[in-house]
Design a protein around this ligand. Structure first.
Ligand SMILES: [Fe+2]
Length: 269
């Protein structure tokens, strides 16, 4: 961000808050409640959580203005760089031998807006376990569990085997949870997969995919569900299909095709 852009944004933010204080007759005690809240957020390590819940989806939508192809989504506070590269030919997300959850095959194709396949795109995926917990964030889970990187094939296709994540509650015992309680909102996010795509020309894209008819799709605490990010999951029970994917039980088939494009018309983009 340039200095001019930073100055413009900060001055307008200042003006907006001053107008807010005047409009609502905010008292000094109320003002101090707000600043103390920000301090408590930082002290609890939740600053990003509160801001992500309230504002990240809006900022992400701005980057999607005028975009051809797949839209981007919020990253959220639980991404960690440096996940292990998975060994092919069949990519399986790192997991415990007895990892609970229904197996899920996430697959699709990555192309340009013209339909040209994109080979060698790195997909960096992370998601919650069957208890709604993330490795390296919540205790008692091996490092890098359900976090891994893999690449698309020569024809742009990709496939990875993992388990279906459930909806989960964001941390609710700290200041963010208290804030949401005051607002009368629950702390749940609908079930989702996080994935970043990296390509030498198109750069890095952040996506997040939800499941049709999933719980909390209409009341996501982060207000981040968008039509273009919802997958239709299909339960596959045919024994030959189960065997063909190296599995021993029914699985959920979840397909999403990514279309990468550079077109943007948003201001400041
Ligand atoms: Fe998440």
């Amino acid at each position: 961000m340039s200095n001019d852009r930073a100055r413009f944004l900060i001055e307008d933010f200042e003006k907006t808050v001053v107008e807010f204080i005047r409009r609502h007759g905010v008292t000094h005690d109320e003002y101090r409640v707000a600043t103390d809240f920000v301090i408590r957020e930082v002290q609890a390590g939740e600053a990003s959580l509160a801001f992500d819940v309230l504002f990240e989806a809006e900022a992400t939508d701005n980057a999607n203005q005028g975009r051809e192809g797949s839209i981007e989504a919020i990253e959220g506070p639980f991404y960690l760089p440096g996940a292990p590269m998975l060994e092919g030919p069949r990519f399986v997300m790192p997991q415990r031998p007895d990892e609970p959850g229904i197996p899920l095959i996430f697959h699709g194709r990555i192309t340009t807006a013209d339909g040209e396949p994109l080979a060698g795109v790195e997909l960096d995926m992370w998601h919650a376990d069957a208890d709604g917990k993330y490795s390296q964030i919540h205790p008692g889970i091996p490092d890098w569990n359900l976090r891994g990187r893999f690449t698309s094939e020569a024809d742009g296709t990709f496939e990875v085997t993992t388990i279906a994540p459930p909806p989960y509650e964001i941390p609710k015992d700290g200041p963010t949870g208290q804030l949401l309680s005051v607002l009368g909102r629950h702390c749940f996010r609908p079930a989702h997969l996080h994935v970043k795509l990296r390509h030498p020309y198109f750069g890095e894209r952040t996506s997040q995919l939800y499941f049709e008819e999933g719980e909390y799709l209409d009341s996501d605490v982060a207000s981040a569900v968008r039509d273009g990010l919802v997958i239709k999951p299909v339960l596959v029970e045919a024994p030959d299909q189960i065997k063909a994917h190296g599995l021993t039980e029914s699985f959920i088939d979840a397909r999403y095709d990514f279309v990468l494009s550079t077109a943007r018309t948003a201001s400041g983009a």
